[in-house]
Design a binder for this molecule. Structure first.
Ligand SMILES: [Cu+2]
Length: 104
């Protein structure tokens, strides 16, 4: 299982809502949020993510992230992974993520 972090900017004049994500490199991709609940770090699935016009969603450790499940092949640091976001409007957004070693 891998985690994806980054910044998704909405430069459109209207809000966008991400309803799903997928990648050719993984069996499944989910949007998750980490929350501290009674001193315990828990993840929950985020079914939809709305981004207001001119705003951005920041995916970072300890917060929103992409949960990348079952990589289909070994991924080398420095290589790129494409992730496609499906929007509520029916549109699609293609993102490119760089593979990095976990920061320890
Ligand atoms: Cu997660």
């Amino acid at each position: 299982m891998h985690a994806g972090f980054g910044r998704i900017e909405n430069s459109c004049a209207s809000a966008v809502t991400i309803v799903a994500a997928s990648s050719p490199a993984y069996a499944s991709v989910e949007l998750h949020e980490t929350r501290i609940d009674g001193g315990v770090s828990r993840m929950r699935a985020v079914p939809t993510l709305r981004i207001a016009p001119g705003d951005a969603a920041v995916l970072k450790p300890g917060g929103l992230h992409l949960m990348l499940m079952q990589p289909k092949a070994a991924l080398k640091p420095g290589s790129k992974v494409a992730i496609e976001f499906e929007l509520a409007s029916g549109g699609k957004l293609l993102g490119e993520f760089e593979v990095r070693k976990p920061a320890l």
